[in-house]
Design a protein around this ligand. Structure first.
Ligand code: 5RP
Length: 219
């Protein structure tokens, strides 16, 4: 099984967590694109979706799945999204696709976060994948200096503007012994919109695709 086939297996396995007649939280990325295809196969059984990016919204609409503004939705039973890294405590690094802020907002609203990933995403320690940080454009240099003080090496992601009109700094070499503390410290820097640690609010369930099949674990 190649990596894309594993992503597909994880995406389709997440259908089991979708409750009939509900609105489903939908993440962003190549693994989630398979989940969106899977949702298309049951579109008559759900009310619709809230989406974490313009790209996922486009795909959902293309399949005829209604997309709701999160402000009109009181409750979400499930949010399904991928990860760039996930550890055994279900803490993640996300934002490789620059959609981290909307992803974090929907994750906060949802009762359950189901992470879908291929086995390459499971790590002992977070930190090999550079941490994406969404930043208000005028604060770019100031935030970069503060991130250096926190121990990281930020690199401006050239040519990328987020769906919210901001820029991304990818931060290398953080010492991630306490991801919750680092998540809080980075978010406290003025000009940071949010960072890609999903440590405070990690996943509740991981559907990890391996060549032997999809393995399920819970927090
Ligand atoms: C986007 C994300 C994605 O979930 C993450 O980058 C994983 O993507 P993929 O499924 O393509 O490997 O956080 O902002």
């Amino acid at each position: 099984m190649n990596q894309n086939e594993m992503k597909k297996a994880a995406g389709w396995a997440a259908l089991e967590y979708v409750e009939p007649n509900t609105i489903v939280g939908v993440g962003t990325g190549s693994t989630v694109n398979h989940f969106i295809d899977a949702l298309g196969s049951i579109k008559g059984e759900i009310e619709g979706a809230v989406s974490s990016s313009e790209e996922s919204t486009r795909r959902l609409k293309e399949l005829g799945i209604p997309v709701f503004d999160l402000n009109t939705v009181d409750q979400l039973s499930v949010y399904v999204d991928g990860a760039d890294e996930i550890n055994h405590n279900m803490q993640m690094v996300k934002g490789g696709g620059a959609a981290l802020t909307r992803e974090k907002i929907i994750a906060a609203v949802a009762d359950k976060f189901v992470c879908i990933a291929d086995e390459s995403k499971l790590v002992k320690l977070l930190g090999d994948f550079p941490l994406p940080v969404e930043v208000i454009p005028m604060a770019r240099s100031y935030v970069a200096r503060q991130l250096v003080k926190l121990g990281g090496d930020p690199v401006y992601r050239e040519g990328v503007i987020t769906d919210n009109g901001n820029i991304i700094l990818d931060v290398y070499n953080f010492n991630v012994e306490n991801a919750c503390e680092l998540e809080r410290q980075i978010n406290a820097v003025v000009g940071v919109v949010t960072n890609g640690y999903f440590a405070e609010r990690g996943a509740d369930t991981l559907l990890l695709a391996t060549p032997e099949g999809v393995k399920t674990s819970h927090r």
